[in-house]
Design a protein around this ligand. Structure first.
Ligand code: ADP
Length: 339
C-alpha cells in the first residue's frame, strides 16, 4: 500500500534557499520544518512560512536532531548551507530521508573530482595553472572552502600573484584562467522519475565590490587602489538568448550523463552549471553545484521558463516537493532518496 504525504514533513536548514523550499512544500500540501539558528529566527518567523521551527545555536547540531526528524517523517532537502555546515561523512551518517544522491557530494565538494566530472562531460573548462610561474594572462585565485567568493582576487603576471598571495598565508587555493565574458548561472532540474531534464531559470550574481567598481571613474579606481572582491550579496534574474537554449540543455544532459559513472545512478534533482560566455559564444563552465542554488531565489513565483512549462507558479523548491509527492503517490521513494 502506498504511503500518504501526511506521513512526511519537508525539512531544511533555515538559510540559503529555505524560504522557497518551505513555501514550495506547503504549496504541494506538505507540512514543513525549519531548523533555524537562534540569531536568524526573526526572519523565518516574520514570513510565517514554517509550520514548525526547531531552534539551534548552530547548524552543526543537525546530527543530534537526526532521530527526532526521522521520527517526524522528515525529508531533508540539501542546499549550500548544509554542505557548508556538515562534512560529507556527517551528511552520509544522517539516517533521515535525504532528497538527492549523497554519492555525488564528494565529487561536488572536491575541486579535482569536480573538474574530472565536467571534463568527462565534454564541457569546456577554464585552464588551471599548476605553477604560478606559468601565468600568462588574467587569472582568478580561488581559496579552498571559501563560500561565496570571499577573498578571491585577480592577477595577470607571476609577480603580481606573488605579491598578492602574501596577504593570504597558509590558505589552499587554485589559480584559474579568468575568462573575459558574461557570467551565466544555469539552473536545472533532473527528474529521476521521468528521466527528463528541465531548465528552471538563469541568474547572475551581485557581488561586492566587483559589481560596484564600475560606478566610479577608472582614475578613482586606480587612485583608491581598489582590489576587486567577489563576496556575494544577492542574485538578479536573467533570461538567456533564446538560440542558446539547446546548448544549455545539451550541457546539462552531458553533466547528468557523466555523473552516472560515479555510482550508476548519478545526479538528480536541482543542480546548477556556472559558466562564463565569451563574445564568440563559447561556454566556459567553471563549476557545478549538485543541489539547489540560491540563484533560483528570484523565482519563488516561477521563472519565465517554468511559467511556460507549468502554467502555475513553480519555484525550484516547489519542483522538489512536487517530485517527492509524485514519488510517494507512485510508491517509488527509493528513486528519490539516498541510501
Ligand atoms: P564561489 O566559489 O562562491 O561559487 P564563484 O566560483 O562563483 O564563487 O566565483 C566568484 C565570481 O568569480 C563569480 O562572479 C564568477 O562569475 C567569477 N568567476 C569564477 N570563475 C571565473 C573564471 N574562470 N573566469 C571568469 N570569472 C569567473
Amino acid at each position: 500500500m502506498s504511503q500518504n504525504i501526511n506521513e512526511f514533513k519537508i525539512c531544511t536548514l533555515a538559510s540559503h534557499s529555505a524560504l522557497q523550499i518551505l513555501k514550495g512544500a506547503r504549496d504541494e500540501g506538505f507540512k514543513n520544518i525549519a531548523i533555524c539558528e537562534r540569531r536568524h529566527l526573526r526572519a523565518y518567523e516574520s514570513f510565517r512560512v514554517a509550520d514548525e521551527i526547531i531552534l539551534v545555536d548552530s547548524f552543526s547540531e543537525l546530527p543530534g536532531l537526526d532521530q527526532q526528524l526521522k521520527d517526524k517523517g522528515g525529508i531533508l532537502i540539501p542546499h549550500g548551507s548544509l554542505v557548508n555546515a556538515l562534512n560529507t561523512d556527517e551528511i552520509n551518517a544522517l539516517q533521515l530521508n535525504y532528497y538527492g544522491n549523497k554519492h555525488v557530494l564528494p565529487w561536488e565538494s572536491d575541486r579535482k573530482l569536480q573538474r574530472e566530472w565536467l571534463s568527462n562531460a565534454g564541457l569546456t573548462l577554464p585552464r588551471i595553472y599548476s605553477n604560478a610561474s606559468e601565468i600568462d594572462g588574467p587569472v582568478i585565485i580561488k581559496f579552498d572552502g571559501a563560500g561565496g567568493g570571499k577573498g578571491y582576487f585577480l592577477a595577470h603576471t607571476p609577480e603580481e600573484f606573488e605579491t598578492k598571495i602574501k596577504q593570504h598565508p597558509e590558505r589552499g587555493y587554485i589559480i584559474q584562467e579568468y575568462v573575459i565574458g558574461a557570467p551565466m548561472y544555469m539552473h536545472f532540474f533532473q527528474s529521476s522519475l521521468t528521466g527528463e531534464l528541465e531548465i528552471m531559470g538563469f541568474d547572475r550574481r551581485y557581488e561586492s565590490n566587483v559589481d560596484s567598481v564600475g560606478r566610479i571613474a577608472a582614475k578613482d579606481q586606480l587612485d583608491l587602489e581598489i582590489e576587486t572582491s567577489y563576496n556575494i550579496v544577492g542574485n538578479t534574474p536573467l533570461v538567456i538568448r533564446e538560440s542558446l537554449l539547446s546548448r544549455v540543455l545539451e550541457m546539462g544532459e552531458r553533466a547528468v550523463e557523466a555523473s552516472k559513472k560515479i555510482d550508476g545512478i548519478g545526479l538528480f534533482g536541482p543542480f546548477c552549471l556556472e559558466a562564463v560566455i565569451t563574445p564568440e559564444l563559447e561556454f566556459f563552465v567553471f563549476e557545478i553545484s549538485a543541489r539547489i542554488v540560491a540563484g533560483t531565489n528570484p523565482y519563488i513565483s516561477g521563472s519565465p521558463y517554468t511559467d511556460i512549462r507549468y502554467n502555475e507558479p513553480m519555484s525550484t523548491g516547489r519542483r522538489i516537493a512536487r517530485e517527492v509527492k509524485l514519488a510517494i503517490e507512485q510508491d517509488d521513494l527509493e528513486r528519490i532518496f539516498s541510501k
